[in-house]
Design a protein around this ligand. Sequence first.
Ligand code: C2E
Ligand code: MG
Ligand code: MG
Ligand code: MG
Length: 278
Amino acid sequence: RAKHEGRNRYCFFSDELEKQVLQRHSLQIKLREAINNNEIQVFYQPKVELSSGKLIGFEALARLQDEDGNFISPCEFIPLAEETGQITALGLQVLEKACAQAALWHQTSCDASISVNVSVGQFGENDFVETVLSTLEKTGLPPEQLELEVTESALMSDNDKSYSILSELCKRGIKVSIDDFGTGYSSLSYLKKFRVDILKIDQSFVKDMLLDASDLDIVKTIISLANSMKLHTIAEGIETPEQRDALLSLGCQIGQGYYFSRPMPADQLEDYFQSHQP
Ligand code: C2E
Ligand code: MG
Ligand code: MG
Ligand code: MG
């Protein structure tokens, strides 16, 4: 009986594993195709001033569409791109599209800034800063309008290198935010050393801040830490007016989330501009 069960279990795992391997393989092919054909799409989510709803900027978010038109989550394809060494090409495509779009908006609609996510692998590339600078030059976007979102783990992977990259970006006027702040390292000493501009309060804390006292405490702590270090805070994942009000009363000035707007393709944001102009 044990033997029988064992064999069944083996079969179950093997089928499941095979399915996963095939899915991964087909995603990998889709990803490579999209990168090669310049088909990685970029959606934009507004960042707003919490007190007024005024538009401050956008976050660029990568999108990959399958043949049925469904969007595959970046949570699936970004890690895969990291593992397969395609993240540099993917990241560059998003950076170029986002900067070009922001430069266009700059000319036609508004002065909103654009923030672009930078992964660990990308940040570690030797020519990272040069790539960013040449993209700005090529698209005509002023460096002050660009913000790069890096995670704590990207900064921590090579301290000395991160330090020089951040100094270089600062010298050029490019802003840096720490994405998903509070979910990475427990040590905060790197904030003393690294020059960053903004802490992005992770959406997991915002989600439960009105239900769970410890999440509320974390949000409060991040905001007061940022204030004392003269950094700005942006709250992610705001879905209700109650969350917005709570964040505002705690001293967080900027936020993004479904309550204001979901991420959208550029052409669908024209209406948003009409009603949220500064
Ligand atoms: P992130 O940078 O922390 O981006 C925020 C994520 O939260 C986005 O998910 C956004 O759509 C989602 N979001 C925004 N408002 C709300 C809300 O009110 N409620 C909820 N539940 N979610 C909200 P998305 O677009 O699926 O991206 C997931 C992650 O994938 C991003 O997290 C980022 O880490 C990564 N990613 C996306 N685009 C890129 C990219 O171009 N390069 C890199 N390296 N990573 C990217
Ligand atoms: Mg981000
Ligand atoms: Mg985030
Ligand atoms: Mg996140």
